[in-house]
Design a protein around this ligand. Structure first.
Ligand code: NDP
Length: 310
């Protein structure tokens, strides 16, 4: 059976950065890409907030660069989905595509998180053409324009406030007659003259052919349907960390985010490290994910050195 020193699960900025560091440290990492090679950045367009790209870069292109850099130093990048793990034994046991089993002295989890979506056909069709799940990433493209955001949690409030700084008007679409967000965040949006809150409102359809031009919404109390012109439609109804397969072994919070020892990438299992959005529901940025990926590789290297596995 194949045995590797470092097995990296996931191919976003965290996983590839871990791979770059692990490969350069001579640990011959093997990285499994998961079902969405390149991760969440492959479904965004321009990335303008990643340092080192003064003109910005397309998300998919940036992830290609990450992959090439990881491969340049000897990372084996393999297409495949890790479907099962057994962290009870050392070395750890990893099953890929329900078929192949690999043993790993250390495992770096960088499986990321997925934004939750409303599930509308128009939302999928117009994704990246005005529909976005990340105001910090994409808000800038709608400066001076009218946009909408769905959700009533802290993220939605934070992103609505962020958008209000850039856009001429922000409609906040809230399905109930109250918000889930903390009081301070609620007050912030309620007191912002550029934010109009639409209570008891659901989105029926996002309008537009090639790009978002409006939205059709319904008030669930009055059944009144209205169409409002907008050019950006943001969804902020929560994220789901991709950590389901680890839950029998790894300590997580109630939402499924992996708990790491503060200031490290260490999990509750020796030799298993976590980085990126799988363990971060606060910052969720490419650059913070990359930073924690670096931490995971250094932690894995030190762990192997202590075990004298070279
Ligand atoms: P939450 O789960 O807290 O909120 C999700 C929101 O989306 C809820 O208002 C929910 O409505 C709404 N929603 C869910 N599904 C739908 C749907 N299908 N249609 C319309 N609306 C929907 O997620 P967040 O991402 O906001 O926050 C996650 C965690 O991160 C929270 O614990 C939050 O406090 C924390 N956080 C903290 C921040 C801070 O302190 N600065 C910033 C950001 C997040 P409903 O209420 O009706 O269920």
């Amino acid at each position: 059976m194949e045995q590797v020193k470092v097995l990296i699960i996931g191919s976003g900025p965290a996983g590839y950065t871990a791979a770059i560091y692990a490969a350069r440290a001579g640990m011959n990492p093997v990285l499994y890409t998961g079902g969405q090679p390149g991760g969440q950045l492959t479904i965004t367009t321009d990335v303008e907030n990643y340092p080192g790209y003064p003109e910005g870069i397309m998300g998919p292109e940036m992830m290609e660069d990450f992959r090439k850099q990881a491969e340049r130093f000897g990372t084996q990048v393999r297409y495949g989905l890790v479907t099962q793990v057994d962290f009870n034994a050392q070395p750890h046991r990893i099953v890929v595509d329900d078929q192949k089993t690999i043993l790993a002295d250390t495992v770096i989890i960088s499986t990321g998180a997925s934004a939750k979506w409303l599930g509308l056909e128009s939302e999928t069709r117009l994704n990246g053409r005005g529909v976005s799940a990340c105001a910090v990433c994409d808000g800038f493209f709608f400066r001076g324009q009218e946009v909408a955001i769905v959700g009533a949690g802290d993220t939605a409030c934070e992103e609505a406030s962020y958008l209000a700084n850039i856009c001429s008007k922000v409609y906040m679409i809230i399905r109930r007659d109250e918000m889930r967000a903390s009081q301070i965040m609620q007050n912030r949006v309620k007191n912002n003259p550029k934010i109009e809150i639409l209570w008891n409102t659901e989105t029926q359809e996002i309008l537009g052919d090639q790009e978002v031009t409006g939205m059709r919404i319904i008030n669930s109390k009055t059944n009144e349907i209205s169409e409002i012109p907008i050019s950006g439609f943001f969804v902020a109804i929560g994220h789901q960390p991709n950590t389901e397969i680890f839950k029998n072994f790894i300590s997580m919070d109630a939402a499924g985010y992996i708990q790491t020892i503060p200031g490290t990438s260490k999990t509750n299992i020796a030799g298993v490290f976590a980085c990126g959005d799988a363990q971060d529901n606060v910052y969720r940025q490419a650059v913070t994910a990359a930073g924690t990926g670096c931490m995971a590789a250094l932690d894995a290297e030190r762990y192997l050195a202590a075990l004298e596995i070279h």
